[in-house]
Ligand binder design. Structure first.
Ligand code: PLP
Length: 389
């Protein structure tokens, strides 16, 4: 059997060799990072080294990085009314999230459901700045705004510096979910103007189950941590640290930062080859976010009449892993909330496939995908002709 082709990197990236090595080394060390003896200090050293690498990836101070169990937890930690500095302890009373956020942001964290508002996106999947501005000015308050840096389905990069300007002018704070962007495009928390930023290890080649909430500086912090108990993570996240996961996260962050300048253009070139090939076989294909600032690795496309779930299974049987635009985490296939927010017709949305590449993707992977896509496009053509006859 020929080798499988993995083209679902936005779901999760394969573990980088550097991360694997760091995880295994950490698993073999006995110490608890809170212990003062040599074993404890060695574990502490691994955690702090990782914290530095994670901070460096996004231009932050290590002391402003809180290590968590992943992106979901970091989002939940960030989205709280109780965001304080020493000078400002008044709670946030509104949460504005874009309509294309990940479910962990859509859920609203610890805000009351009626304090959460959805900010519209336009038909291209870009956050609607006029809607954001109108919502921010319509009702004075102390808003927290959450807009992702790049969308996980379409890869469309959001205008975060403008979002930050509007948010700050209205006295708000900005949280940015950078889970999908990290390791694919350069990130600088200060240049973005973000107050809080979420990262996840497994999207950049680290292990699953590690992530971080990064703050613009140490002074801004959630006053009511999700996990209370021991004083780990400067009191912001109790519990003995997942040293192996964190060490792997750090190694992956370091490798991602090193590879960024080369990996980005290489993935973009492969993606162009992929999109040309998709179009050559199905000229009517809609490529979402085409022509916009997009992550270099992501293509989401749809061809009317194609059944995404059936195509996914056919591709899987052909040895190729991609994903569809719908979510089936609850066992029931739901249409993509991202495409729905963009106003995409449900019938077209039901045919959407997402192909996402990574740093080890090769031309041969694209060729294998296009070979399988040819069969799908041909059978779709036959189906259309039989309906028309
Ligand atoms: N945010 C975005 C944009 C994501 O794509 C994901 C994962 O798919 C998450 C958050 C959640 O991250 P994790 O899987 O580490 O909880």
């Amino acid at each position: 059997m020929s080798q499988r082709v993995y083209l679902d990197w936005n779901a999760t990236a394969p573990l980088r060799a550097e991360a694997r090595e760091a995880v295994l080394a950490a698993l073999d060390r006995p110490g608890n990072p809170s212990s003062v003896h040599a074993e404890g200090r060695a574990a502490r050293h691994a955690v702090e080294e990782a914290r530095q690498a994670v901070a460096a990836l996004v231009g932050a101070e290590p002391a402003a990085v809180t290590l968590t169990s992943g992106g979901t937890e970091a989002n939940a930690l960030a989205l709280t009314p109780a965001l304080e500095t020493a000078q400002d302890k008044e709670p946030r009373n509104r949460l504005l999230v874009s309509a294309i956020e990940h479910p962990s942001v859509q859920s609203g964290g610890s805000f009351a459901p009626d304090a959460v508002e959805r900010v519209a996106v336009d038909g291209r999947g870009v956050v609607d700045l006029d809607d954001l501005k109108a919502r921010l000015t319509r009702r004075p308050g102390r808003p927290l705004v959450s807009v992702m840096l790049a969308n996980n389905e379409t890869g469309v990069v959001q205008p975060i510096p403008e979002v930050a300007r509007l948010t700050h002018e209205a006295g708000g704070l900005l949280h940015v979910d950078a889970v999908q962007a990290a390791g694919k495009i350069p990130i600088d928390i200060k240049a973005l103007g973000a107050d809080l930023l979420t990262l996840s290890a497994h999207k950049l080649g680290g292990p699953k189950g590690a992530g971080a909430l990064v703050r613009r500086d140490e002074t801004l912090h959630p006053a009511r941590p999700l996990l209370r108990g021991g004083g780990q993570e400067r009191g912001l996240r109790a519990g003995t640290e997942n040293v192996a996961g964190i060490a792997g996260f750090g190694a992956a962050a370091r490798a991602a930062a090193r590879g960024l300048a080369e990996d980005g253009p290489r993935m973009a070139a492969l993606r162009s080859q992929l999109e040309r090939g998709i179009r050559a076989l199905a000229p009517e294909a809609v490529i979402f976010g085409e022509g916009l600032d997009r992550l270099p690795n992501t293509t989401m496309f749809a061809v009317a009449g194609l059944k995404a779930e059936t195509a996914l299974i056919a591709l899987d049987l052909d040895g190729i892993a991609v994903s569809s635009g719908s979510a089936c985490s609850s066992g029931k296939v739901e249409p993509s909330h991202v495409l729905a927010a963009m106003g995409v017709e449900p019938a077209l949305a039901a045919s959407a496939l997402r192909v996402s590449l990574g740093w080890t993707s090769a031309e041969s992977d694209i060729e294998r995908f296009l070979g399988a896509w040819k069969k799908l496009a041909e059978s779709l053509g036959k189906l259309r002709r039989s309906i028309a006859a």
